[in-house]
Design a protein around this ligand. Structure first.
Ligand code: SF4
Length: 203
């Protein structure tokens, strides 16, 4: 019988949290869900609008986009059967997917909570408004605290201001953006660590 984590689509924010010592993180975002639930990362597209030196999927501007009818009709039922209660939509850059909003809505209708992992270089007003309405949260990746450090990895210092501006716009719309900094050799440590300094902006 399919598993329905939250009939009616009401998201329980408490299901997304850092794992405790008895648990392994579900993913590199270091969040997990309580058993018997599971969390899944869904790569809804391959292309990206950035060219990060450290890209974990070697994204380019080319690649495939997941068919959103297939997400609704095939993927979601399979994930429900596997007891998945939370998904992170990723890429490539998921905001480049023309079906991002209907895909996110389909997951919410299935009762799952939704996160979107984005570089936030381009966030349309419609995307911010709708994602906020869906109570999705944004995981925004930063590679430093300045245009210089961020730009080293992105190859484009201007990306820092673009991302910060869009995080502010999302925060105003209550999209609950959370910044994530990958651990790299130039990432600050100890008191300057991402966890201690990265802003968590929730409204
Ligand atoms: S923003 Fe993410 S997906 Fe895009 S190139 Fe950078 S690491 Fe890869």
């Amino acid at each position: 019988m399919p598993f329905h984590p939250s009939p009616g689509g009401t998201r329980d924010r408490s299901t997304a949290r850092p794992p405790n010592q008895a648990q392994a993180a579900s993913c590199y975002f270091r969040t997990s869900v309580d058993p018997p639930h599971r969390k899944a990362l869904i790569q809804i597209c391959e292309p990206c609008n950035e060219k990060c030196r450290h890209c974990f999927v070697s994204a380019t501007t080319r690649g495939a986009y997941m068919d959103w009818d297939a997400v609704r009709d095939r993927l979601i039922p399979q994930l429900l059967a596997a007891r998945v209660s939370r998904v992170t939509l990723t890429g490539g850059e998921p905001t480049m997917h023309p079906g991002l909003l209907p895909i996110a809505a389909s997951f919410r209708e299935a009762g799952m909570s939704v996160g979107v992992c984005t570089n936030a270089v381009v966030l349309l007003d419609e995307q911010i408004t709708m994602l906020a309405k869906l109570e999705a949260h944004l995981n925004v990746s930063l590679d430093g605290f300045s245009a210089d450090s961020h730009g080293v990895f992105r190859g484009r210092p201007a990306a820092f201001a673009e991302t910060v501006e869009n995080v502010k716009r999302a925060a105003k719309a209550c999209c609950a953006p959370q910044t994530t900094l990958p651990r790299t050799r130039s990432t600050p440590s100890s008191a300057d660590s991402p966890r201690s300094r990265a802003p968590r902006m929730c409204c």
